[in-house]
Ligand binder design. Structure first.
Ligand code: PLP
Length: 393
Protein backbone atom coordinates (compact mmCIF):
# COMPACT_ATOMS: atom_id res chain seq x y z
CA UNK A 1 0.00 0.00 0.00
CA UNK A 2 1.33 3.45 -0.82
CA UNK A 3 2.33 5.47 2.29
CA UNK A 4 0.22 8.53 3.06
CA UNK A 5 3.30 10.64 2.27
CA UNK A 6 4.12 10.16 -1.42
CA UNK A 7 7.28 8.05 -1.18
CA UNK A 8 9.66 10.37 -3.03
CA UNK A 9 12.10 10.73 -0.12
CA UNK A 10 14.31 8.10 1.52
CA UNK A 11 13.56 9.57 4.94
CA UNK A 12 15.79 8.71 7.89
CA UNK A 13 14.19 7.71 11.19
CA UNK A 14 15.18 10.99 12.88
CA UNK A 15 11.84 12.67 13.69
CA UNK A 16 12.42 16.11 15.21
CA UNK A 17 9.49 17.70 17.00
CA UNK A 18 11.27 20.66 18.63
CA UNK A 19 14.26 22.88 18.01
CA UNK A 20 16.27 25.17 20.24
CA UNK A 21 19.25 27.15 19.02
CA UNK A 22 21.58 24.75 17.18
CA UNK A 23 19.84 21.59 18.45
CA UNK A 24 16.88 19.46 17.37
CA UNK A 25 14.96 17.07 19.66
CA UNK A 26 12.60 14.18 18.96
CA UNK A 27 9.53 13.19 20.99
CA UNK A 28 11.70 11.03 23.28
CA UNK A 29 14.03 13.95 24.00
CA UNK A 30 16.91 12.62 21.88
CA UNK A 31 19.16 15.52 20.85
CA UNK A 32 21.03 16.25 17.62
CA UNK A 33 23.48 19.03 16.88
CA UNK A 34 21.95 20.47 13.73
CA UNK A 35 24.76 21.20 11.26
CA UNK A 36 22.35 20.72 8.36
CA UNK A 37 20.00 23.64 9.16
CA UNK A 38 17.20 22.21 7.02
CA UNK A 39 19.70 22.31 4.10
CA UNK A 40 20.87 25.89 4.64
CA UNK A 41 17.47 27.24 5.71
CA UNK A 42 17.56 27.79 9.49
CA UNK A 43 20.23 30.45 9.34
CA UNK A 44 19.27 31.77 12.78
CA UNK A 45 18.98 28.28 14.25
CA UNK A 46 15.75 27.14 15.88
CA UNK A 47 13.41 29.32 17.92
CA UNK A 48 15.47 32.49 17.48
CA UNK A 49 13.66 35.06 19.64
CA UNK A 50 13.77 37.91 17.09
CA UNK A 51 12.42 35.75 14.25
CA UNK A 52 9.85 34.01 16.46
CA UNK A 53 8.52 37.31 17.79
CA UNK A 54 8.26 38.84 14.31
CA UNK A 55 6.32 35.82 13.01
CA UNK A 56 4.04 35.68 16.06
CA UNK A 57 3.21 39.37 15.88
CA UNK A 58 2.59 39.27 12.15
CA UNK A 59 0.44 36.13 12.45
CA UNK A 60 -1.75 37.96 14.96
CA UNK A 61 -1.97 41.03 12.71
CA UNK A 62 -2.32 39.79 9.11
CA UNK A 63 -1.10 36.51 7.62
CA UNK A 64 -2.12 36.84 4.01
CA UNK A 65 -3.56 39.26 1.50
CA UNK A 66 -3.64 38.88 -2.26
CA UNK A 67 -1.16 40.44 -4.62
CA UNK A 68 -4.21 42.19 -6.07
CA UNK A 69 -3.63 44.79 -3.31
CA UNK A 70 -0.79 47.12 -2.47
CA UNK A 71 1.74 45.52 -0.14
CA UNK A 72 3.64 47.81 2.21
CA UNK A 73 5.18 44.66 3.73
CA UNK A 74 6.65 43.52 0.38
CA UNK A 75 7.77 47.02 -0.51
CA UNK A 76 9.74 47.26 2.71
CA UNK A 77 11.65 44.01 2.14
CA UNK A 78 12.13 44.74 -1.57
CA UNK A 79 13.54 48.19 -0.70
CA UNK A 80 15.98 46.59 1.76
CA UNK A 81 17.13 44.01 -0.80
CA UNK A 82 17.51 46.70 -3.46
CA UNK A 83 19.53 48.88 -1.08
CA UNK A 84 21.75 45.93 -0.13
CA UNK A 85 22.43 44.57 -3.63
CA UNK A 86 22.88 45.18 -7.36
CA UNK A 87 19.11 44.78 -7.85
CA UNK A 88 16.51 47.40 -8.68
CA UNK A 89 13.38 45.25 -8.54
CA UNK A 90 12.22 42.10 -6.74
CA UNK A 91 9.56 39.41 -7.21
CA UNK A 92 8.74 37.29 -4.14
CA UNK A 93 8.15 33.55 -4.43
CA UNK A 94 7.56 30.65 -2.05
CA UNK A 95 10.61 28.54 -2.87
CA UNK A 96 13.95 28.38 -4.62
CA UNK A 97 12.60 26.58 -7.68
CA UNK A 98 9.98 29.30 -8.10
CA UNK A 99 12.68 31.96 -7.83
CA UNK A 100 14.55 30.15 -10.63
CA UNK A 101 11.35 29.97 -12.68
CA UNK A 102 10.93 33.74 -12.35
CA UNK A 103 14.61 34.27 -13.23
CA UNK A 104 14.26 32.19 -16.41
CA UNK A 105 11.04 33.99 -17.38
CA UNK A 106 12.66 37.38 -16.71
CA UNK A 107 15.56 36.48 -19.01
CA UNK A 108 13.20 35.26 -21.73
CA UNK A 109 11.00 38.35 -21.52
CA UNK A 110 14.05 40.65 -21.56
CA UNK A 111 15.03 39.40 -24.99
CA UNK A 112 11.43 39.30 -26.26
CA UNK A 113 10.97 42.94 -25.20
CA UNK A 114 14.19 43.81 -27.04
CA UNK A 115 12.93 42.14 -30.24
CA UNK A 116 15.20 39.07 -29.91
CA UNK A 117 12.76 36.22 -29.20
CA UNK A 118 15.19 33.71 -30.71
CA UNK A 119 17.44 34.09 -27.62
CA UNK A 120 15.38 31.63 -25.58
CA UNK A 121 18.14 29.33 -24.37
CA UNK A 122 20.32 29.58 -21.27
CA UNK A 123 23.74 28.04 -20.62
CA UNK A 124 23.95 26.01 -17.40
CA UNK A 125 26.60 23.75 -15.85
CA UNK A 126 27.20 20.12 -15.02
CA UNK A 127 26.06 18.89 -11.60
CA UNK A 128 23.95 22.02 -11.15
CA UNK A 129 20.93 21.90 -8.89
CA UNK A 130 18.26 24.52 -9.47
CA UNK A 131 15.22 22.73 -8.00
CA UNK A 132 12.66 20.12 -8.98
CA UNK A 133 10.24 21.84 -11.37
CA UNK A 134 10.33 20.72 -14.99
CA UNK A 135 12.21 23.92 -15.88
CA UNK A 136 14.74 23.39 -13.10
CA UNK A 137 15.45 19.75 -13.96
CA UNK A 138 15.81 20.68 -17.62
CA UNK A 139 18.61 23.04 -16.49
CA UNK A 140 20.86 20.25 -15.17
CA UNK A 141 22.55 17.14 -16.52
CA UNK A 142 22.01 15.08 -13.35
CA UNK A 143 20.39 11.86 -14.53
CA UNK A 144 18.92 11.12 -11.10
CA UNK A 145 16.84 14.31 -11.30
CA UNK A 146 15.81 13.96 -14.94
CA UNK A 147 15.16 10.24 -15.08
CA UNK A 148 11.67 9.47 -16.39
CA UNK A 149 10.86 13.06 -17.32
CA UNK A 150 11.92 13.17 -20.94
CA UNK A 151 11.14 14.87 -23.17
CA UNK A 152 12.20 18.00 -21.33
CA UNK A 153 12.28 21.44 -22.95
CA UNK A 154 15.42 22.31 -24.93
CA UNK A 155 15.83 25.65 -23.15
CA UNK A 156 19.24 24.89 -21.66
CA UNK A 157 22.70 23.81 -22.82
CA UNK A 158 24.59 22.11 -20.01
CA UNK A 159 28.38 22.60 -20.06
CA UNK A 160 31.22 21.48 -17.78
CA UNK A 161 31.26 23.57 -14.57
CA UNK A 162 34.37 25.73 -14.58
CA UNK A 163 35.04 25.46 -18.31
CA UNK A 164 35.03 29.03 -19.61
CA UNK A 165 36.22 27.99 -23.08
CA UNK A 166 33.24 25.63 -23.41
CA UNK A 167 30.92 28.50 -22.46
CA UNK A 168 32.53 30.76 -25.07
CA UNK A 169 32.21 28.10 -27.72
CA UNK A 170 28.55 27.37 -26.87
CA UNK A 171 27.30 30.91 -27.47
CA UNK A 172 25.09 30.97 -30.56
CA UNK A 173 22.11 33.16 -31.60
CA UNK A 174 19.72 31.07 -29.45
CA UNK A 175 21.57 31.82 -26.17
CA UNK A 176 20.11 34.63 -24.03
CA UNK A 177 21.71 34.07 -20.64
CA UNK A 178 23.97 32.07 -18.35
CA UNK A 179 22.69 30.49 -15.12
CA UNK A 180 25.20 29.39 -12.49
CA UNK A 181 25.56 28.72 -8.77
CA UNK A 182 28.56 30.69 -7.42
CA UNK A 183 29.02 27.77 -5.02
CA UNK A 184 27.46 24.50 -6.12
CA UNK A 185 25.68 22.92 -3.18
CA UNK A 186 23.98 19.62 -4.07
CA UNK A 187 26.63 19.18 -6.76
CA UNK A 188 29.32 18.68 -4.09
CA UNK A 189 30.07 22.03 -2.38
CA UNK A 190 32.21 23.43 -5.18
CA UNK A 191 32.98 27.16 -5.17
CA UNK A 192 33.29 28.47 -8.72
CA UNK A 193 36.80 29.45 -9.74
CA UNK A 194 37.05 33.28 -9.65
CA UNK A 195 38.37 33.42 -13.22
CA UNK A 196 35.40 31.31 -14.36
CA UNK A 197 32.74 33.52 -12.76
CA UNK A 198 34.44 36.73 -13.85
CA UNK A 199 34.80 35.26 -17.33
CA UNK A 200 31.08 34.45 -17.48
CA UNK A 201 30.28 38.04 -16.50
CA UNK A 202 32.53 39.27 -19.27
CA UNK A 203 30.99 36.89 -21.82
CA UNK A 204 27.52 38.16 -20.91
CA UNK A 205 28.66 41.77 -21.37
CA UNK A 206 30.30 41.04 -24.71
CA UNK A 207 27.34 39.13 -26.16
CA UNK A 208 24.35 40.95 -24.63
CA UNK A 209 23.45 37.98 -22.40
CA UNK A 210 22.05 38.10 -18.87
CA UNK A 211 24.03 36.60 -16.02
CA UNK A 212 21.68 34.77 -13.65
CA UNK A 213 23.08 33.64 -10.31
CA UNK A 214 21.42 30.91 -8.28
CA UNK A 215 22.15 31.93 -4.69
CA UNK A 216 19.31 29.87 -3.27
CA UNK A 217 21.75 27.85 -1.13
CA UNK A 218 24.89 30.02 -0.97
CA UNK A 219 23.14 33.38 -0.42
CA UNK A 220 21.92 35.24 2.69
CA UNK A 221 25.13 35.21 4.71
CA UNK A 222 25.93 31.51 4.23
CA UNK A 223 29.40 32.18 2.81
CA UNK A 224 30.23 35.01 5.21
CA UNK A 225 29.13 37.72 2.78
CA UNK A 226 25.48 38.65 2.36
CA UNK A 227 25.66 37.14 -1.13
CA UNK A 228 28.34 34.78 -2.41
CA UNK A 229 29.05 36.76 -5.58
CA UNK A 230 30.48 39.54 -3.38
CA UNK A 231 33.54 37.30 -2.89
CA UNK A 232 34.08 37.38 -6.64
CA UNK A 233 33.80 41.11 -7.30
CA UNK A 234 31.04 40.70 -9.88
CA UNK A 235 27.31 41.37 -9.92
CA UNK A 236 24.62 39.46 -11.81
CA UNK A 237 21.71 40.83 -13.84
CA UNK A 238 19.28 38.48 -12.13
CA UNK A 239 19.59 36.48 -8.90
CA UNK A 240 17.42 33.76 -7.35
CA UNK A 241 17.39 33.46 -3.56
CA UNK A 242 15.33 31.46 -1.04
CA UNK A 243 16.20 29.16 1.90
CA UNK A 244 17.95 31.40 4.46
CA UNK A 245 16.01 34.56 3.61
CA UNK A 246 12.94 33.27 5.50
CA UNK A 247 14.88 31.52 8.27
CA UNK A 248 12.46 28.58 7.89
CA UNK A 249 9.32 30.32 6.61
CA UNK A 250 8.91 29.32 2.95
CA UNK A 251 9.94 32.32 0.86
CA UNK A 252 12.16 33.05 -2.11
CA UNK A 253 12.82 35.97 -4.39
CA UNK A 254 13.99 36.86 -7.86
CA UNK A 255 16.09 40.03 -7.86
CA UNK A 256 16.88 41.88 -11.08
CA UNK A 257 18.23 45.08 -12.53
CA UNK A 258 15.75 47.39 -14.22
CA UNK A 259 17.31 46.54 -17.60
CA UNK A 260 17.06 42.78 -17.07
CA UNK A 261 13.44 43.07 -15.93
CA UNK A 262 12.47 45.18 -18.97
CA UNK A 263 9.95 42.59 -20.15
CA UNK A 264 8.28 41.84 -16.81
CA UNK A 265 5.15 43.89 -17.31
CA UNK A 266 1.63 43.40 -15.92
CA UNK A 267 0.38 39.88 -16.52
CA UNK A 268 3.74 38.22 -17.26
CA UNK A 269 4.09 36.54 -13.85
CA UNK A 270 2.32 36.07 -10.53
CA UNK A 271 1.86 34.02 -7.37
CA UNK A 272 -1.00 33.63 -4.92
CA UNK A 273 1.13 33.44 -1.78
CA UNK A 274 4.36 35.03 -2.98
CA UNK A 275 5.48 37.76 -0.58
CA UNK A 276 2.59 37.51 1.87
CA UNK A 277 2.87 39.53 5.08
CA UNK A 278 3.87 36.52 7.20
CA UNK A 279 6.75 35.67 4.86
CA UNK A 280 7.80 39.31 4.71
CA UNK A 281 7.90 39.56 8.51
CA UNK A 282 10.28 36.60 8.52
CA UNK A 283 12.50 38.15 5.81
CA UNK A 284 12.67 41.43 7.70
CA UNK A 285 13.66 39.68 10.91
CA UNK A 286 16.36 37.66 9.11
CA UNK A 287 17.74 40.75 7.37
CA UNK A 288 17.79 42.68 10.67
CA UNK A 289 20.41 40.19 11.84
CA UNK A 290 22.18 38.77 8.79
CA UNK A 291 22.67 42.04 6.88
CA UNK A 292 24.62 43.53 9.79
CA UNK A 293 28.32 43.72 8.76
CA UNK A 294 29.39 42.84 12.32
CA UNK A 295 27.29 39.65 12.16
CA UNK A 296 28.90 38.71 8.84
CA UNK A 297 32.36 39.34 10.35
CA UNK A 298 31.50 36.81 13.05
CA UNK A 299 30.24 34.30 10.45
CA UNK A 300 33.58 34.56 8.63
CA UNK A 301 35.53 34.14 11.87
CA UNK A 302 33.48 31.08 12.91
CA UNK A 303 33.82 29.66 9.40
CA UNK A 304 37.60 30.01 9.49
CA UNK A 305 37.68 28.26 12.89
CA UNK A 306 35.39 25.42 11.79
CA UNK A 307 37.34 24.89 8.58
CA UNK A 308 40.67 24.92 10.40
CA UNK A 309 39.46 22.37 12.96
CA UNK A 310 37.98 20.13 10.27
CA UNK A 311 41.21 20.29 8.28
CA UNK A 312 43.17 19.25 11.32
CA UNK A 313 40.73 16.47 12.21
CA UNK A 314 40.59 14.82 8.78
CA UNK A 315 44.30 14.00 8.90
CA UNK A 316 43.59 11.55 11.75
CA UNK A 317 41.07 9.47 9.78
CA UNK A 318 41.83 7.86 6.42
CA UNK A 319 38.16 7.95 5.31
CA UNK A 320 38.40 11.74 4.88
CA UNK A 321 40.16 13.31 1.90
CA UNK A 322 39.78 17.08 2.03
CA UNK A 323 37.71 20.05 3.14
CA UNK A 324 36.24 22.50 0.65
CA UNK A 325 33.64 25.23 0.40
CA UNK A 326 33.21 28.87 1.32
CA UNK A 327 32.26 30.36 4.68
CA UNK A 328 29.77 28.16 6.53
CA UNK A 329 28.97 26.22 3.36
CA UNK A 330 31.55 23.48 3.88
CA UNK A 331 32.04 20.03 2.43
CA UNK A 332 34.19 17.15 3.64
CA UNK A 333 35.17 14.97 0.71
CA UNK A 334 35.30 11.30 1.66
CA UNK A 335 36.89 8.33 -0.02
CA UNK A 336 33.82 6.22 0.74
CA UNK A 337 30.07 6.66 0.39
CA UNK A 338 29.14 9.96 2.08
CA UNK A 339 25.45 9.00 2.37
CA UNK A 340 26.24 6.04 4.61
CA UNK A 341 28.55 8.20 6.73
CA UNK A 342 25.91 10.93 7.10
CA UNK A 343 23.55 8.22 8.42
CA UNK A 344 26.30 7.06 10.82
CA UNK A 345 26.80 10.67 12.01
CA UNK A 346 23.10 10.86 12.86
CA UNK A 347 23.65 7.95 15.26
CA UNK A 348 26.41 10.04 16.86
CA UNK A 349 24.01 12.95 17.41
CA UNK A 350 25.15 15.10 14.49
CA UNK A 351 23.05 16.15 11.50
CA UNK A 352 24.81 16.91 8.19
CA UNK A 353 23.74 16.48 4.56
CA UNK A 354 25.19 14.32 1.82
CA UNK A 355 26.09 15.94 -1.51
CA UNK A 356 27.33 14.58 -4.83
CA UNK A 357 30.96 13.41 -5.19
CA UNK A 358 30.93 11.69 -1.77
CA UNK A 359 30.86 14.95 0.12
CA UNK A 360 29.43 15.48 3.60
CA UNK A 361 27.90 18.93 3.62
CA UNK A 362 28.29 20.96 6.78
CA UNK A 363 25.76 23.78 6.91
CA UNK A 364 25.43 24.96 10.50
CA UNK A 365 23.16 27.79 11.58
CA UNK A 366 25.02 31.08 11.04
CA UNK A 367 24.65 31.77 14.77
CA UNK A 368 26.94 28.93 15.93
CA UNK A 369 29.39 29.54 18.72
CA UNK A 370 32.85 28.11 19.38
CA UNK A 371 31.40 25.36 21.60
CA UNK A 372 29.22 24.08 18.73
CA UNK A 373 32.27 23.92 16.48
CA UNK A 374 34.16 21.84 19.04
CA UNK A 375 31.17 19.56 19.52
CA UNK A 376 30.78 19.03 15.77
CA UNK A 377 34.44 18.15 15.29
CA UNK A 378 34.46 15.83 18.33
CA UNK A 379 31.35 14.05 17.09
CA UNK A 380 32.76 13.69 13.57
CA UNK A 381 36.04 12.40 14.91
CA UNK A 382 34.39 9.86 17.25
CA UNK A 383 32.06 8.74 14.44
CA UNK A 384 34.99 8.33 12.05
CA UNK A 385 36.97 6.28 14.60
CA UNK A 386 33.98 3.96 15.07
CA UNK A 387 33.16 3.70 11.36
CA UNK A 388 33.45 0.46 9.43
CA UNK A 389 33.06 1.17 5.71
CA UNK A 390 30.18 -1.08 4.55
CA UNK A 391 31.29 -3.92 2.23
CA UNK A 392 30.41 -3.22 -1.39
CA UNK A 393 27.28 -5.19 -2.33
N1 PLP B 1 18.82 26.17 -6.27
C1 PLP B 1 19.71 25.70 -5.40
C2 PLP B 1 21.16 26.07 -5.55
C3 PLP B 1 19.31 24.84 -4.37
O1 PLP B 1 20.21 24.35 -3.52
C4 PLP B 1 17.93 24.52 -4.25
C5 PLP B 1 17.46 23.61 -3.19
O2 PLP B 1 18.21 22.88 -2.60
C6 PLP B 1 17.03 25.06 -5.19
C7 PLP B 1 17.52 25.88 -6.18
C8 PLP B 1 15.58 24.74 -5.11
O3 PLP B 1 14.99 25.33 -4.00
P1 PLP B 1 13.61 24.77 -3.44
O4 PLP B 1 13.85 23.39 -2.93
O5 PLP B 1 13.23 25.76 -2.37
O6 PLP B 1 12.64 24.78 -4.57
Amino acid sequence: MIPVLMPVYARSDVAPVRGEGCYLYDAEGRQWLDFASGIAVNCLGHGHPHLTKAIQEQAATLIHVSNLYASPQQEKVARRLVDLTFAETVFFTNSGAEAIECAVKTCRRHHVAAGRPEKYRILTFSNAFHGRTMTAIAATDQAKLRDGFDPLPDWFRVLPFGDLEAAKAAIDPSIGGILVEPVQGEGGVRPADPAFLKGLRQLCDEHGLLLILDEVQCGVGRTGRLFAHEHYGITPDIMAIAKGIGGGVPVGACLATERAASGMVVGTHGSTYGGNPLAMAACNAVLDIVADPAFLDTVRARAARLRGELEQMIGNHPIFESVRGLGLMLGVKMNCDSRAFVAHLRNHGLLTVAAADNVVRILPPLVIEEAHIRECVEKMSAAAAAYRVPEAA
